[in-house]
Design a protein around this ligand. Structure first.
Ligand code: TTP
Ligand code: MG
Ligand code: MG
Length: 483
């Protein structure tokens, strides 16, 4: 379901809130030049027939005692921002469409906030509590009906159009209320005897297109309860990208894939550092003759893991037919949203995308290792064997470590396993009966050393008090396991 939230007499309500002398009085917010028009009128003023866009002199004719308040756009914008902030605590899918209104897609939010009407009530209460302002909310299965519904019980109302009542509602909906139907269209409507949206059913799509141009198809669909427009989150149009000019021009897929992976990891890391998720991935290719192409893709869900970025980049790359050698490759992400502001990732990614979440925690582990030890330390092992920077004279060593602290949770072992695998170590991690954790690491000296440093900090939410090392005999292992 979609909610459409619209503040009541927005500018006027703010002025009445901030100045008790104006409360319950007929006021208008307007400039004070001769040619000024009413920006908005309080509901008390509307009783005199005063409304937005009416010239001020006319408003005065309607009621000569009308109180005129000069507007303060900056203040209204600041309030608008706060309102959107409150709304975004309820759903990640919020589309602000004007200073005082927003659509909210509440799919997946029912578990947290109850059925749509209850959620609308909670939003109203939250806005009132935080800002002392009222709003009206329309709820419907599609956007255009939600917008119409929000205006049906103003001020301070909630109007719900359930799915099974949508057709009946459309049958009776005056055609003039449909967004986009203006004076010109109304003339044709009256000739065609179209009075309600349901009356559109009388005509086929070609006639509607003929009479109304582009709007014909839209009217045809709206009259059948179809509105393809979705709630478009107001993302920030920033971007992060990374590119690399190759030392020699390449044409083989395997190398390109490895480079795209490296670039995706870098871009993903920067994105996560900003605590953002993104919805657009792009690649850039410069060829040996210096010509250049870019390809980008809008993704259905919000992502931030390097593996998701890599998969999208790779699929863009895979669609190309390349005839020339490549001298530069780039990966970029854009269309960001704050990862934390609107609810948690759980709502952003459906439960079936569990693997995505798993990748995110792998990424978190990688990010924190990289933060500490530098980016050369970790490369995802999914493609070629990771090329770890090896120092001269490295040899395979084995170390047993006893880790004490608040470390026996599943998370600690799982994160330790991830870190160990990323550092290309073999061995195991297990809980001991005395409350500590035993880990066995086998790998090159550099990796084991880094792993022990990692253990001494531990992943977030754990608390490592002490790491005791014991040298250990060589133990043949082929993986790093949780025992
Ligand atoms: P609206 O939501 O259209 O109106 P409103 O909030 O004042 O009243 P309602 O309860 O009917 O929703 O517009 C929001 C604000 O935008 C309004 O308070 C003032 C401003 N505005 C103008 O400046 N000029 C205009 O012509 C309109 C319609 C609004
Ligand atoms: Mg309004
Ligand atoms: Mg509005």
């Amino acid at each position: 379901m979609i909610l459409h939230i619209d503040m009541d007499a927005f500018f006027a309500a703010i002025e009445q809130r901030d100045n008790p002398d104006l409360r319950n009085k007929p006021i208008i917010v307007a400039g004070n030049s001769k040619r000024s028009v009413v920006a908005t009128a309080s509901y008390e003023a509307r009783q005199f027939g005063i409304h937005s866009a009416m010239p001020v002199f006319q408003a005065k004719q309607k009621y000569d005692q009308i109180i005129i308040i000069p507007g303060n756009r900056r203040k209204y914008s600041a309030e608008s921002k706060k309102i959107m902030g409150v709304i975004s605590n309820f759903s990640p899918l919020v589309e602000q469409v004007s200073i005082d209104e927003a659509y909210v897609d509440i799919k997946g939010c029912e578990k947290l906030f109850g059925p749509p009407a209850a959620m609308a009530q909670k939003i109203k209460e939250a806005i009132f509590e935080k800002l002392g302002l009222t709003c009206s909310i329309g709820i419907a299965p599609v956007k255009f009906l939600a917008k119409i519904a929000s205006d049906m019980d103003k001020p301070n109302g909630i109007t719900l159009i359930p799915k099974d009542e949508m057709d009946k509602f459309i049958q009776g909906l005056p055609i003039a209320r449909v967004p986009g139907v203006g004076k010109q269209a109304m003339k044709i409507m009256s000739v065609l005897q179209i009075h309600t949206l349901g009356d559109i059913h009388k005509y086929d799509i070609s006639l509607l297109n003929n009479k109304f141009g582009k709007m014909g198809t839209r009217l045809y669909e709206l009259s059948r309860g179809k509105d393809i427009s979705r709630v478009e989150t107001n993302y920030t149009r920033k971007s992060i990208s990374s590119e690399t000019t190759l030392s020699t021009d390449i044409s083989d897929f395997k190398t390109a894939k490895q480079i795209l992976l490296d670039l995706s990891q870098g871009v993903g890391r920067d994105l996560r550092k900003k605590k953002m998720v993104c919805r657009n991935v792009s690649i850039k290719i410069k060829f040996s003759d210096f010509t250049q192409i870019t390809r980008s893709k809008k993704i259905d869900s919000w992502i931030s893991s390097s593996s998701a970025i890599f998969n999208e980049a790779l699929s863009l790359y895979g669609k190309l037919t390349l005839k020339k050698k490549i001298r530069l490759l780039g990966v970029g992400v854009s269309h960001f949203m704050d990862k934390n502001a609107p609810i948690q990732m759980e709502l952003l990614c459906p439960p079936e995308e569990k693997t995505k979440k798993q990748w995110e925690s792998v990424d978190m582990a990688v990010d924190s290792i990289m933060e500490k030890f530098g980016s050369e330390m970790v490369k995802k092992a999914s493609l070629n064997k990771p090329k770890l920077k090896r120092e001269q004279g490295m040899q395979i060593i084995s170390v047993k470590a006893i880790i004490k602290g608040r470390v026996q949770g599943v998370f600690f072992r799982a994160e330790t396993q991830k870190a160990a695998r990323l550092l290309n170590l073999k061995g195991y991690v297990k809980n001991l009966a005395n409350g500590s954790v035993e880990a066995f690491f086998q790998g090159d000296e550099h990796g084991v050393k880094k792993m022990l440093e990692w253990c001494s900090t531990g992943p977030p939410a754990s608390r490592v008090d002490r790491v005791m090392q014991e040298s250990s005999a060589f133990l043949p292992c082929d993986d790093f396991k949780i025992q």
